[in-house]
Write a protein that binds this ligand. Sequence first.
Ligand code: ADP
Ligand code: MG
Length: 289
Amino acid sequence: MLQCRHLIKDYITGDGFVRAINDLSVNFRDNEFVSILGPSGCGKTTLLNIIGGLDNYTSGDLIINGKSTKKYTDKDWDTYRNHRIGFVFQSYNLIMHQSVLSNVELALTLTGVSKEERRKRALEALEKVGLKDQVDKKPTQMSGGQMQRVAIARAIVNNPDILLADEPTGALDSKTSVQIMDLLKEIAKDRLVIMVTHNPELAQTYSTRIIKLKDGQIISDSDPADQEDEKDDKTAMKKPSMSFWTAFQLSLNNLMTKKGRTFLTAFAGSIGIIGIGLIMSLSNGVQNY
Ligand code: ADP
Ligand code: MG
């Protein structure tokens, strides 16, 4: 169970601060499909980011499976994000110059699984979202709906307990939105899905619980969850890790995608080194002379 206790989030701005979340308390069950509705600027994204460990809260507490996160270190947050959370954004956030398969695989590189296992799981996830025959395409060759499917595959490839989606259909037409919602509903069968949306009809049709926010506070909740007996942390979390070889391959990959720049940097670097050599020999020669 996931619990927010008297959460407050202030953003410091030029002339004071903005209170984006204002003393918000809520419990989420391990398995439900929650929609968060509310006007623009009411704190929906902020709440989602805090739940997903992408942002810190100012005060209050986020309790994960009965454990307070007040004393979480950066490493604890890394572990939480990598093993428990999947994130889907309105703007997909895919790497455009890499294939669909690499985009999904990349989400697994920090979990320390082998290359073969990564490929296998990525293909499984892509099959689940109905893109098995398009794994070698680049995201630029796809429609918005397809890109969002890739993003969803990336979010579930690690089999997280919690899937967070920030206006996942915000940039899609209504027909494609319905397909994405069907997919999210399927995914929500065995985990917690929390979705922020602007669309009350979609929320009504697909989710099991609707929470309305206003000015950083909950103004209505269609199915509030009581505080159940706090269960112990059932899944021992594995630390995020990346093997040296994976890190090396990733850097090489990155270099190869920007060949021109890599060459220029190397060239400029060598000019510098040769220059230093020339000056040293010149000064040496003058001294001898
Ligand atoms: P929503 O997603 O509901 O539209 P947000 O959570 O993005 O709203 O924002 C809530 C409030 O916090 C808004 O008033 C917004 O201006 C403010 N806010 C969000 N992010 C920042 C930031 N990085 N710095 C300052 N203020 C912010
Ligand atoms: Mg938002």
